[in-house]
Design a protein around this ligand. Structure first.
Ligand code: NI
Length: 252
């Protein structure tokens, strides 16, 4: 059975279909789905979904895009939500210099604050990093002691060398629909991830894999991600190792 470690069923495009998506997970070969928050309302929604549906788990946090709106009230709320058994991670948090929707100094400050909070709450973290691997690595190295409960570089798009730096910090590396794109060009990075650190995700409704480009992505399309990675890691059972890794990291 597969595990989707990064899905936004809390997105307005998928939320109306949550019951339907959940009902067919088993027949589509999925054991569970981690619903990831990106601000306070979406985190509350992720937790509500995890309470209502057996195979949904939640992560709470503020996306770098929304760093500028982060408040002490958000952190208090996340502290409460992390006491719930099905809140399995803190995220998605990180740095996004591609869109720069919050200024970089604010992104870095809020990233640091959330790393400390996640550690205090004893949660693994889900990292969103785009065009900012250098600064993210620097901040994570400074926070090495706060990475005790692990974490994952979601939708990893860096080099093999950069991947090894994150692995040295004890982190996992997740890949999604981008691996099916013609221009992906990072098969060597996927191949080089240590067996015990590889994870699968969809990031739905975004990052729809080939051949469903142009439609909303769904957890059920994760099989296409597995198939592509299986081609590159032919000596391993990709579904089995990634699911075992997810269960261990998130205590599912
Ligand atoms: Ni995401």
């Amino acid at each position: 059975m597969l595990i989707d470690t990064h899905a936004h069923i809390n997105d307005e495009r998928l939320l109306p279909k949550a019951a339907e998506i959940h009902a067919t997970l088993g027949e589509k070969g999925l054991e569970s789905v981690v619903v990831v928050g990106y601000d306070r309302p979406s985190s509350e929604c992720a937790v509500a979904l995890s309470a209502e549906y057996e195979r949904f788990y939640a992560a709470v946090g503020i996306h770098p895009h929304d760093s500028k709106s982060a408040s002490a009230e958000d952190y208090d709320r996340f502290t409460d939500l992390c006491k719930l058994q099905k809140t399995v991670a803190f995220g998605e948090i990180g740095l996004d210099y591609y869109y720069d929707l919050s200024d970089r100094a604010t992104q870095q400050k809020v990233f640091r604050e959330q790393i400390e909070l996640a550690h205090f709450l004893k949660k693994p973290m889900i990292f969103h990093v785009r065009d900012a691997y250098g600064d993210a690595l620097k901040i994570l190295k400074e926070n090495a002691a706060n990475l005790e409960y692990g974490g994952v570089m979601h939708c990893f798009g860096g080099s093999a060398e950069m991947m090894r730096e994150f692995v040295k910090l004890g982190l996992h590396i997740a890949f999604g629909g981008a691996v099916t794109f013609k221009n992906f060009g990072k098969a060597d990075v996927v191949k080089a991830v240590p067996k015990g650190r590889l994870l699968l995700e969809t990031d739905c409704p975004y990052m729809t894999p080939v051949p469903y480009r142009g439609k909303d992505n769904l957890p059920e399309y994760i099989g296409l991600v597995r198939d592509k990675i299986q081609e590159w890691r032919e000596d391993e059972d990709v579904e089995k190792i990634t699911s075992e890794n997810a269960v261990k990291l998130f205590n599912l």
